[in-house]
Every structure is written in structure tokens, then in C-alpha cells.
Design a protein around this ligand. Structure first.
Ligand code: AHM
Ligand code: MG
Length: 308
């Protein structure tokens, strides 16, 4: 019988540096606690709004606290930036080596309808987030809270791997070394309201429909992108519109971590102008960017089509 590999065992086998392993195990613990809170039904709104003016769920606030606590406890983190916090927060630790940017509960408006949601993490060495790019990341990860709870981890030059939370609270390897094909039959078109004005975006989506491609779109970036990795192919798009030329999604908390994960899996992430997401400089924590991400040829051809 094949041996079950725990997260830490697998990372050791992959020769991942002890400090990154240790940090990832704190992140895994926070995912476990967030999952407990979700299952315990800590839903409902707080009556407060986050920095971006979005109404906060009790779970948004709780998930943010759980992650911040685990990161501080790791004693390895100098700075955190969270989608639920206006500015970055400094921790005082003599061992501090990493910056972590995270979206504690992405897609939390989907909780009440029981759709899958997730958490996203980006990890940089050092003690500064502003001025950094996704290219400089050491690792990135996301969790999906769906029928299964999985943690997907990408480490620089060591691939992308999936671990599932089992009944006794351990993360066990379920798939290693994700690799994306260059073309795809799946499409996940975000911000379709942009088609009302952007006729090229409308034609792009119409073409995918005419080609009898398969729509897979849940409204949650994490499960939508996880679908692409699991099927080894797909494209997710979130262009801008007149009112929001840079779209909705955040560079530091959402797009750079996923750009890193997809690059490690042989995929690509570009913004609407054709710049690599991994090359974009983080100028402020809540900076937004458009994103086209997934199978390399699909991403290039979609962005080229919109630019024509
Ligand atoms: P959130 O971080 O406030 O939850 O928003 C991010 C989510 C993504 O998961 C998803 O792709 C996107 O918002 C969908 O947004 P919309 O339906 O507003 O176009
Ligand atoms: Mg989000």
C-alpha cells in the first residue's frame, strides 16, 4: 500500500528550507481552524465594513484574526498585509524573515449559498511588501473550503502540490506537481458586466460559446482557479470596466499569489494590457489589477484579442 504523505514529510522530502516548512505548517493550522469555524456556523454579518467598503461577515473578521495569530506565533513573520486590514502590520520578532500577504476568506459572500470559498497566501522573504513583485515570492498557497478542504502549495522551483485535510486534522498529499496544458476547453469569464461596454470582451466570450467550450464559473476565484489546476487546463478572466479600469481583484492578496502558483504549474497570468502579473510592482496593499490566468496559449490569445 502506498504510504500517506503528510504535508511536513512531503516538504522535507522536497528539500524545502526548514523556515518555509515551519511557516507553511502555521498557515496549514490556520486553515484548519478557519474550517472548524465555518463548520461551526459562525456566519452572519458583523455590521462593519472593511477598508474597501465591503460589508464584513463574522467569518471574514475571524479568519483574519486566526491567520494573523498563527503568523505571529510562527515567530518568522516581519510584516502581514490582509485584505481585511487597511495597512500592513509589523510584528516584532528576532527571527522574522518573511512578509505574508493574505486574503483570509475570498468569496465570503458565497458562504450563505453554500458555494466553495477559500483563503489565499503570498510569501516573500524580507521585511517589505511595497515595491515588491510576484516574481520575488518564495512561496504561495491557497485553501479551498468545499466538499473537501484542500491546501495547495507552490514553492519556488519545487512545483505545486495539493494536500487534503483528513478526519483527524492532518493535511495528506493528494496530488503533486500540477502541470497545465497550453490550450483548454474550459472558460471562467469573470466581470461579464464589462461586456455591456467592452464589445471585444463580449466577442471573446461569444467565440468561446460558439466553439462549444465548457463554462465553469462559480463566482469564487479560489474554486474557479482550483478547477483549472485540477483539470490541467482552463482560463479565468477578470477584465476592467469603465468604472473600475483595474477590475476588482487585488494584486498582493489574490493575483500575485495565483500568478506565482500558476507559473510554477507551467501556466501564465497577464493583465489586460499584456503585462505579466508577476512583473507588476505592489505600490499599495489594496492595489487592484485586471487578470487573465490559466493555460498559456489561451491567456496570450485572449489578451491579444482584447488589445487588437
Ligand atoms: P472578495 O475578496 O471580496 O471575496 O472578492 C473576490 C471575489 C472573487 O473570488 C471572485 O472571482 C470575484 O470576487 C467575483 O466578483 P464579482 O461577482 O463582483 O464580479
Ligand atoms: Mg478576495
Amino acid at each position: 500500500m502506498e504510504q500517506k504523505k503528510s504535508l511536513n514529510f512531503f516538504l522535507r522530502q522536497k528539500n524545502v528550507a526548514p523556515e518555509i516548512r515551519s511557516l507553511l505548517s502555521n498557515i496549514a493550522r490556520s486553515v484548519k481552524y478557519i474550517n472548524f469555524s465555518l463548520r461551526a456556523g459562525h456566519t452572519g454579518t458583523c455590521g462593519t465594513e472593511n477598508f474597501s467598503g465591503e460589508s464584513q461577515l463574522k467569518l471574514d473578521v475571524l479568519a483574519d484574526k486566526i491567520i494573523a495569530t498563527e503568523l505571529e506565533r510562527s515567530d518568522l513573520v516581519s510584516i502581514i498585509a490582509s485584505e481585511e486590514r487597511e495597512s500592513v502590520e509589523k510584528f516584532s520578532s528576532s527571527r522574522a524573515k518573511f512578509v505574508v500577504a493574505y486574503d483570509p476568506l475570498d468569496g465570503s459572500s458565497l458562504v450563505d449559498s453554500d458555494l466553495a470559498i477559500g483563503s489565499i497566501f503570498g510569501i516573500w522573504a524580507g521585511d517589505e511588501l511595497i515595491g515588491r513583485t510576484g516574481n520575488e515570492m518564495e512561496a504561495a498557497a491557497y485553501a479551498v473550503y468545499g466538499p473537501r478542504v484542500v491546501l495547495v502549495i507552490a514553492i519556488r522551483d519545487r512545483g505545486v502540490h495539493e494536500f487534503e485535510l483528513n478526519d483527524v486534522g492532518e493535511f495528506i498529499l493528494t496530488q503533486s506537481d500540477f502541470q497545465l496544458e497550453k490550450t483548454s476547453k474550459y472558460f471562467a469569464p469573470g466581470n461579464l458586466r464589462a461586456t455591456a461596454i467592452n464589445k471585444k470582451y463580449k466577442t471573446l466570450v461569444d467565440n468561446w460559446i460558439a466553439e462549444k467550450r465548457t463554462l465553469r464559473y462559480s463566482g469564487g476565484m479560489v474554486p474557479d482557479l482550483h478547477h483549472i489546476l485540477k483539470k490541467n487546463q482552463g482560463i479565468f478572466t477578470y477584465p476592467g470596466c469603465e468604472k473600475h479600469p483595474n477590475g476588482k481583484l487585488r494584486l498582493a492578496f489574490e493575483c500575485a499569489p495565483f500568478g506565482f502558483i500558476f507559473a510554477e504549474a507551467g501556466g501564465l497570468a497577464l493583465d489586460q494590457t499584456g503585462k505579466k502579473i508577476l512583473d507588476l510592482k505592489i505600490e499599495k496593499p489594496h492595489q487592484r489589477t485586471t487578470i487573465f490566468i490559466g493555460s498559456t496559449d489561451e491567456v496570450k490569445s485572449a489578451v491579444n484579442f482584447l488589445k487588437k
